[in-house]
Design a protein. Structure first.
Length: 436
């Protein structure tokens, strides 16, 4: 591996099917563009859905996902292949601090943005510590594993999904029986894509499922007049290119106390990403762990500063890499540029805004449920031993605190259910650990 900050990408021999393209290798530029476009498609469904569920401008989210990916690329020196998209971990906290009701733009978006920036700062500070430890001792991940073992990160991840359950249920019920039925149809569309398809279609289940649900909704609403029809007039009136709707942050301690704990989940996601890519490529990427945290943290702060969502490394794009066996980091530069171009298209944003509310309600049930199950999956993958009473108590208490939205008020400072559950899990595990 090159000792320079950036690798000297060498042209890969991809003449043999299935050959691994390493992070420090490159394809021909036509193939780079094709692969970059594929990664944009992979991240698209989730990166667009997250801002819609929070009342953010999807154009800004797409734009900042591209810029965030480039920031990450710079911090890791082009060594770790990754795409940064909208993080679902922020949804519960954002809805809680803004009181967003799920219709149109979020009127209190500034309060959420300030808290997202604070979360990105906390994440960046964690990354700097890991970066420093890496530089001094060649390690960096061990203390994170000790402080936040799988039983803790799994519980916190599950809590974020469970905390959102009432919001998902309310969104799926809608304003009429037709809305409720269409939300259930949306769930069936996504489930059908997940179970009965294969290959890339299955990996794009969020995007394909949402498109299919919109088509079904259009048949019943626009065709048969059974619901509010989809209106495309705003799409035809929108310009092809223009600035998205940026927003300014507002910093409030109460909001920051609720959202800053999300940094713990971002650490767990990024840690898992780096280790997964290390395993797939056969390269030890742990040395770049601190830099990856800092890159993700800075990207989240930059995104929040202009009205974008918090960002995180995307499992969807790991799936694309696993299927194609192409890990060249230059592919993600191309993907980022494509996303930035899309972010400057008002017509693209107007098309996204035509997605019917019942479809978003059904999608929220699926996505929030998957967030909860992803936390439980951390327990399964890491074989957490629940015959150990310490693990049992930590997981049980964390789930109830978070799902019940247990809130702590200290003067003017308020710590909501997700924050209480997060810090409670870390502290409880540390205290019980002494009694081994």
């Amino acid at each position: 591996m090159s000792n320079s900050y950036f690798p000297r990408w060498r042209l890969a021999d991809d003449s043999e099917p299935g050959v691994i393209i390493a992070p420090d290798e490159r394809l021909s530029w036509p193939k780079n563009v094709a692969m970059g476009a594929q990664h944009v498609v992979a991240m698209f469904g989730s990166t667009v859905l997250a801002p819609l569920l929070m009342g953010f401008d999807p154009n800004v989210a797409i734009l900042m996902s591209g810029i965030g990916t480039l920031i990450f690329f710079l911090f890791v020196g082009g060594r770790v292949p990754s795409y940064l998209g909208s993080s679902f971990a922020f949804i519960g906290g954002v809805i809680a601090v803004t009181g967003y009701a799920g219709a149109g733009p979020n009127a209190n978006i500034g309060v959420a943005l300030g808290a997202i920036i604070a979360c990105g700062l906390a994440y960046t500070l964690i990354g700097l510590v890991v970066w420093f430890v890496n530089a001094r001792a060649g390690g960096g991940a061990n203390w994170i594993d000790t402080l936040m073992p799988p039983v803790v990160t799994g519980a916190v991840g599950a809590v974020i999904g469970l905390n959102l359950a009432p919001i998902a249920a309310k969104g799926a019920m809608g304003a009429s029986g037709f809305d409720s039925v269409m939300a259930m149809v949306t769930i069936l569309c996504v489930g059908g894509i997940a179970v009965f398809t294969k290959g890339m279609v299955q990996r794009l289940l969020i995007l394909v499922g949402m498109i299919l649900a919109c088509v079904v909704y259009g048949i019943f609403a626009n065709g048969l007049g059974l619901g509010k029809p989809i209106d495309f007039s705003a799409v035809s009136a929108a310009a092809w290119f223009g600035l998205p709707h940026f927003a300014a942050p507002v910093f409030k301690a109460e909001a920051m106390g609720l959202i800053v704990p999300v940094a713990i989940i971002l650490v767990a996601e990024n840690l898992g990403h780096v280790k997964a890519v290390s395993a797939m490529t056969g390269q030890d990427l742990d040395r770049y762990l601190g830099r990856a945290f800092v890159g993700d943290g800075v990207a989240t702060m930059v995104s929040g500063a202009v009205g974008g969502t918090g960002v995180t490394t995307y499992a969807e794009n790991i799936g694309v890499m696993a299927v194609t066996r192409i890990y060249s980091t230059l592919v993600f530069v191309v993907a980022a540029v494509i996303a930035i171009v899309l972010g400057f298209s008002p017509k693209f944003g107007a098309l996204i805004q035509t997605i019917p509310a019942p479809v978003l309600g059904g999608m929220s049930v699926v996505v929030f449920g998957l967030i909860a199950i992803a936390g439980a999956r951390i327990w399964v993958v890491n074989q957490v031993d629940f015959s150990d009473n310490r693990n049992l108590i930590v997981a049980a208490v964390t789930l109830v605190l978070g799902a019940g939205d247990f809130t702590v008020k200290l003067g003017t400072f308020t710590l909501g259910g997700i924050g209480t559950a997060t810090f409670g899990a870390i502290i409880l595990y540390a205290l019980l650990r002494r009694r081994k």
